[in-house]
Design a protein around this ligand. Sequence first.
Ligand code: MLT
Length: 325
Amino acid sequence: MRFIKTVLCAFAAAAAVGAAQAQAYPTKPITWIVPFAAGGPTDALARSIAERVARELGQPIVIDNSAGAGGTIGAAKAARATPDGYTMLVGHMGYMGAAPALYKKLSYDPVKDFEPVFRFPDTPLVLMVRKEHPARNIEGLIDFARKSPDKLFISNAGVGSSSHLIAALVASAANVKVTLVPYKGAGPALVDVIGGQVDGIFDQTNTALPQITESKVRALAVTSKVRLPQLKDVPTLAETVLPGFEASTWYGIYAPRGTPKAVLDKVQQAYLKVMTDKAFTDKMSSQAIQMLPAEQYTGAALGKHTEAEVARWKAVAAKTNISLD
Ligand code: MLT
């Protein structure tokens, strides 16, 4: 009887310490794992949000670029992290949505192994080609791919990344064969389009727009439903070669399963202040990043979205041949 009382007291003491730690959170820097190389759109958007959330929380947020395998290496690292609020994952449609449909041996479950914390705004993508490529528009690029099936090289951020998935879906829908060239992130993948080592890329607007403005690449089409204010002369895929086609990259912050709710609530409160800050929303608009209705930013909404995306991509993979291993 005494033993049971001792154990119960120990549990009660541990629970009290946990609650006190959660209330005091954060007392040291926080790590956000970005599973792509620095310099890409996920890294850029994460850093832009992290600096603002860090100011609200009163502790630095350090970005850990753990790249590879389309982001699944970084996601697995986050799933195994201590659930104390000091390590979180910058999640994304690839490794937190499509990966279960594309990888037979995935070492984490996007739904079971994580607590969804909050969702970022969505980012449309731009199809860009190297300046010297002969294609002057999307129709010309598809015609080129039809005539020279093994001569079109499209870079991406790794198998299962959105730049890979969208390129594979567009090629499949247009019934053309392209060679998909994986990198550790869209940052290095875009550098090789600018340098002419590969022919093109689908890249998110926040990193694509500066390169287009500086005429380092040529924009042929956007994946958004309607044309982007910053690229009025660039048609959508839907109005040209793929009626009804629309795609964007979604993101969100996830904590390892078991992270205390008091910690998650604090991070969510800090984030929601950022989402209503005009300087931030103006910056997002300038990058053609699309703010969402407020109710879609919550952890609960991100959790529902994640489950729906895992199911959707299983259906997509069954219809197309974008399985990876
Ligand atoms: C992708 O899915 O292509 C990623 O967003 C690329 C990146 O952020 O590096």
